[in-house]
Design a protein. Structure first.
Lengths: 178, 144, 398
């Protein structure tokens, strides 16, 4: 009963957020709708018992990525000046007839592929039954510490690269001063 | 039917709905009894008595963006560290603590290398121009 | 099912009776329905208590600051001015709601609500006592970190939507300060998770004991430093002085809520005061033993054994003691927060960033590694247990 309610709430939040992101012309509003959509995805993860993944979604996406996007919007001047110096609209409408046609075609093709891939999963769905509130954190931790230890360490190298990259792009360039 | 019991998430949903109710309710209640006499002067943005010139939504400093970038990096790091930290005690009890300790050390020290690099290069300083333009070495552009 | 307030109440006979009766009357298993009703009632109680604590927090803040500055403080409304917060609330509701002409109205209305939602959602996992906890999620503390970051988004959006220069500066500063200080706080939390071996609040508190020697703050030197790192970061995350740069009166008028009036400002203030309570509660749960009562009085087993009381009654007494322990510790920390605010001067923005990136973050990482080494080297024993073992061993040699 409640599981259905939670699923419905999350699904509606996800879909409505996603539609509004595309529909909205104001970048800042689109970002807020994206936050709602990401929240819904976290709820969907919770629905299938992936509680750690849901929390990670909250921490990394709802907390981190949204703030990053908001800052990026501010970095580029916010939504205040939507026209460039020639008086042309900087932010074009998110779609016209042609783009919608292409998008619909792409959606149908990808939906077919996804259905093709996931049919075997649906056919023997007995394996999908999850144990009651399995402590996913412990299992993920055990796997990260044993089988996937290389991935764990290499992800640190990736984060190192990202950290240095972030530091490098923030350095003021000397040419600006003259 | 799955045996998953999602009732644990019930309070979360209830509390979020309650927050919306509290906020909406108090605002609605106020709208019934509070005065509403808007005028143009009242609705200008406060700028210490001056008339505001232009919008506040201007290009902003890149430093804030970089902070957000670094924040995400540490967020991902913590998302990876939390499960490993949670099983550390159990691994320690069955005598595998040493190997896990080594892997945690490697993971953290690689990241520390990044912080040390940023520190040495002065990327952690908030006021960069003071360090960049030392008085004895004036920085010249390419044209000179 | 996880242990929450519902599973605690389900031990009693009355619960079983009502459950059986409801299931019969409705024709289906009513456990979910009953869980919903209980959760809703308890959530209402908690929100009510929190709103009162938030209101009393403003009163306490004004009284304590008055004491520190040799003033009288609020003393007109009610005895000792105790009803001041009610008067404040009425005033907030009665104030005219002004939205500036150039503001982004949708975001302007949304921002305070978002702050409130983020703070209220964190209340679900705050452990008031072993039975009185709303949701003991397996990812408890990590969920709390995630939900609390909504407040940062709310602060930024509040500053952005006003379309005032002061607000925007305050909002940018606020958001960047909140996310910067989340890093040392999270790393310190990881080091405590390392000691306790789990993310749920029950595990974190269960690994500690009632006596001071069993608290994580005295577990090892690294955790001792970690407490202060966490506390400083938490202060900065809640935008409290000396870290109240987002609303620095002397430079930014009032920061991100310059343009907010009436109840919308009130929602920001309410969210801030409840967040301070939540942060203090988390600090208590992580470092100061949480709801643990000395001599295992919290389980109530002693009462039923020595006094011959009914087992449910003695459990209830134990729960009350646990609630008392948790609230005493948390409110003591709350007092410290207010005390710090009125004692220390405000930091400068570059000092703030230096403190975060050059002091707290490296110290937090050092603590994390230190805790891991301590766990490995001493088999997870606390420093007190080691001393006891050493003296016992020394006695055996002589």
């Amino acid at each position: 009963m409640f599981a259905n309610t939670l699923f419905l709430l999350s699904a509606v939040l996800t879909l409505a957020g996603a539609v509004l992101v595309v529909y909205s012309q104001n970048l800042m509003h689109a970002c807020i709708y994206l936050l709602a959509s990401l929240f819904g995805v976290a709820g969907l993860y919770a629905c299938i018992g992936a509680d750690f993944l849901a929390a990670t979604q909250l921490v990394v996406y709802a907390g981190g990525v949204i703030i990053l996007m908001l800052f990026a919007i501010m970095l580029t001047g916010g939504t205040g000046n939507r026209t460039n110096k020639y008086g042309l609209e900087k932010i074009p409408a998110m779609g016209n007839k042609k783009t919608f046609m292409i998008a619909a075609f792409a959606a149908i093709v990808s939906a077919l592929i996804v259905i093709k891939v996931t049919i075997p999963v649906f056919q023997n769905n007995k394996n999908l039954i999850v144990a009651a509130n399995a402590p996913t954190v412990e299992r993920i931790g055990t796997l990260l510490a044993t089988d996937h230890i290389l991935a764990f360490e290499i992800s640190s190298v990736m984060l190192l690269g990202a950290l240095i990259g972030a530091a490098v792009i923030s350095r003021p360039r000397k040419e600006i001063h003259d | 039917m799955s045996t998953l019991n999602l009732d644990v998430y019930m309070p979360v949903v209830i509390l979020i709905v309650l927050a919306l109710l509290v906020a909406g309710g108090s605002l609605f209640l106020g709208s019934l009894i509070r005065p509403q006499h808007p005028n143009k002067l009242k609705e200008t943005a406060y700028e210490c008595g001056e008339e505001p010139i232009g919008t506040a939504w201007a290009n902003f400093n890149i430093r804030f963006y970089v902070i957000a970038l670094i924040f995400i990096i540490f967020d991902v790091e913590s998302a990876l560290m939390f499960p490993v930290a949670a099983v550390f005690k159990r691994f320690n009890e069955i005598g595998l603590g040493g190997t896990l300790l080594m892997s945690i050390f490697t993971f953290v020290l690689i990241l520390v290398a990044g912080i040390v690099y940023c520190w040495k290069k002065g990327d952690l300083d908030w006021v960069k121009s003071f360090n960049q333009v030392a008085p004895t070495q004036p920085s010249f552009g390419k044209k000179d | 099912m996880n242990s929450t307030v519902v599973s605690y109440l389900s031990q009693s006979n009355e619960f079983q009776n009502i459950h059986a009766w409801l299931s019969k009357a409705l024709g289906f298993d009513a456990s979910s329905l009953m869980a919903f009703v209980i959760f809703a009632i308890v959530a209402l109680i908690i929100v009510g208590v929190m709103a009162t604590i938030g209101g009393a927090g403003t009163y306490a803040e004004r009284k304590i600051s008055a004491d520190l500055q040799a003033r009288v403080g609020p003393n007109r409304v009610g005895p000792f001015g105790l009803l001041q917060f009610l008067a404040d609330g009425v005033k907030m509701i009665l104030k005219e709601d002004i939205i500036t002409t150039n503001a982004d109205k949708f975001v302007f209305n949304l921002a305070p609500v978002m702050c409130l939602v983020g703070v209220f959602a964190t209340l679900a996992v705050v452990p008031y006592s072993s039975g009185f906890i709303l949701a003991d999620l397996n990812v408890g503390i990590f969920y709390l970190v995630g939900m609390a970051s909504l407040v940062g988004v709310g602060v930024f959006l509040g500053g952005y939507a006003s379309n005032s220069k002061w607000s925007l500066l305050g909002g940018m500063r606020g958001a960047s300060q909140i996310i910067s200080y989340e890093i040392p706080a999270t790393i310190t939390i990881i080091s405590i998770v390392l000691l306790a071996g789990g993310l749920s609040m029950k595990t974190l508190i269960g690994a500690q004991g009632g006596g001071m020697q069993d608290w994580f703050i005295l577990h090892n030197p690294f955790a001792f430093i970690g407490f202060f790192v966490y506390f400083i970061s938490a202060l900065a995350e809640t935008n409290r002085a000396p870290f109240d740069l987002p609303e620095a009166e002397s430079e930014l008028v009032s920061g991100y809520h310059t343009e907010y009036t009436g109840m919308k400002f009130g929602l920001f203030a309410l969210a801030e005061y409840i967040e301070v309570f939540v942060v203090c509660g988390v600090a208590v749960a992580l470092f100061l033993g949480g709801y643990n009562v000395p001599f295992d009085l919290g389980t109530g087993a002693l009462f039923s054994k020595s006094l011959g009381l009914d087992s449910m009654l003695s459990q209830n007494i134990g729960q009350l003691l646990q609630l008392g322990a948790f609230f005493t510790k948390t409110l003591a920390l709350y007092y410290v927060v207010i005390w710090v605010r009125w004692t220390l001067p405000r930091l400068r923005v570059d000092q703030l960033m230096t403190l975060c990136w050059k002091y707290l973050t490296p110290i937090a990482i050092f603590n994390l590694l230190g805790c891991a080494v301590w766990m490995y080297a001493f088999d997870g024993k606390s420093i007190f247990a080691l001393i006891m073992a050493a003296t016992a061993g020394g006695g055996a040699h002589h």
